[in-house]
Design a protein around this ligand. Structure first.
Ligand SMILES: Cc1ncc(COP(=O)(O)O)c(C=O)c1O
Length: 387
């Protein structure tokens, strides 16, 4: 979370005063307005606000018709929720390497495609845009869907297009740690009417027909879904947060650019697929050896500027995805994708060293988080300390 205040308090008061806390009402319709405002800002036709980023990923996969018998390619470096979303629909996550941008390596993605592959989930991790030109070209060639995980990159872009709107669908997270937040929340975005309709039905257990008239123009047949609805508070808070998005990104990018300039030539940084579209949340130093990375982190911490090596970010690294690595896909074995007959011949061979290249990159990078509210004096102090 970066900024929150009076406007969000007033938005919550607005909801309480209306006494319409449920999203389908005759009052302010905060959720509905947020969805329209998000579509407008991102330049996408449909969006659905829901409980979390993971809910949005699951709904997107359902919208694509993905299930048992299908493989979905995910990068070795992403929050575990990306891979678990795949198992949630009964499909199998296939783990591919990242490259020096710390995002999905297009050539490893292509090498992992099999006759069972139905989709790929490129993850714009830490605000770093994936190489969407290459990924889109490969996905098109093999006829597979792209579901962008832009949970950590709300508002970022790749070659002028907003992250999450380039593939067939995209997911945002609005949990507490994200660029804009309502504490929890997520959104699915798509230009596909088919994906939208199925996700709409799925995210609200088909009950939307009972509570309102959202299904009036829906042609997809109803099916049993989940329950990912949000209250009007989430919509109201996020409407205010969305108004802050451009200025948060502007300040993050300005401060990141300032620091990059200060270090010019002195350090290396991870390769960016689009530095202008990068969200600016993370300054990612790049070292030749793990030892140098560890030493840099130690010295930065000692200087009072906490640093993080991505290899140490727990459930963001595939080796720590315990239920996936142990192939425990569900509590009830009958629901476990790893035990399903339809998935018997699929690629679910997971070993700690299967993406050794990714581990090597994650060991050699060090993050310093960018503060959008740090002034020039603070930035100079930070730069001097790190030098
Ligand atoms: C890359 C990525 N994907 C998916 C998610 C899941 O989002 P949520 O926590 O809103 O379900 C997160 C959240 O941390 C994330 O960072």
């Amino acid at each position: 979370m970066y900024r929150i205040g009076k406007e969000e308090i007033e938005a919550c008061a607005r909801v309480i005063n209306s006494k319409n806390l449920f999203k389908i009402n005759d009052g302010a319709r905060e959720v509905m307005h947020f969805e329209a405002e998000l579509c407008e800002k991102m330049g996408v036709r449909h969006s659905i606000l829901m409980t979390s980023g993971k809910a949005a990923l699951i709904s997107g996969l359902v919208g694509m018709g993905i299930g048992p018998g299908d493989e979905v390619i995910v990068p070795a470096y992403t929050y575990i929720a990306t891979a678990i979303a795949v198992t949630a629909v009964g499909a199998i996550p296939v783990i591919a390497d990242i490259d020096e941008s710390l995002t999905l390596d297009p050539s490893d993605f292509e090498s992992k495609i099999s006759k069972y592959t139905k989709a790929v989930i490129p993850v714009h991790i830490q605000g770093f845009p994936c190489n969407m030109d290459k990924i889109s070209e490969i996905a098109k060639k093999h006829g597979i869907y792209i579901l962008e995980d832009a949970c950590q990159s709300v508002g970022g872009s790749y070659k002028g297009k907003r992250l999450g709107t380039i593939g067939d669908a995209g997911a945002f997270s609005f949990n507490y740690f994200k660029i804009i937040t309502a504490g929890e929340g997520g959104a699915l975005m798509t230009n596909s009417r088919e994906i939208f309709e199925r996700a709409l039905i799925y995210h609200d257990s088909s009950a939307i027909a009972y509570f309102g008239n959202q299904l009036d123009s829906i042609t997809e047949e109803q099916f049993c879904g989940s329950e990912f609805r949000v209250s009007e508070f989430t919509g109201a808070i996020l409407r205010e947060q969305l108004k802050r998005l451009d200025s948060i990104l502007y300040d993050l990018r300005r401060n990141k650019a300032y620091l990059l300039d200060k270090f010019d030539g002195r350090y290396s940084f991870i390769r960016s697929n689009d530095l202008l579209g990068d969200c600016g949340t993370t300054l990612a130093f790049w070292f030749d050896t793990e030892y140098e990375a560890i030493e840099f982190k130690r010295k930065a911490d000692t200087a009072g500027y906490p640093a993080t090596r991505p290899i140490d970010t727990g459930k963001h690294v595939y080796t720590n995805w315990t239920p996936i690595m142990n192939k425990k896909g569900a509590f009830n074995p009958a629901f476990d994708p790893f035990l399903m007959e339809a998935n018997r011949d699929l690629n679910h061979r997971y070993t700690p060293d299967m993406c050794a290249k990714s581990l090597e990159y994650l060991k050699r990078a060090v993050y310093i988080m960018v503060d959008p509210d740090m002034d020039e004096r603070g930035l100079n102090k930070l730069a001097d300390a790190l030098k």
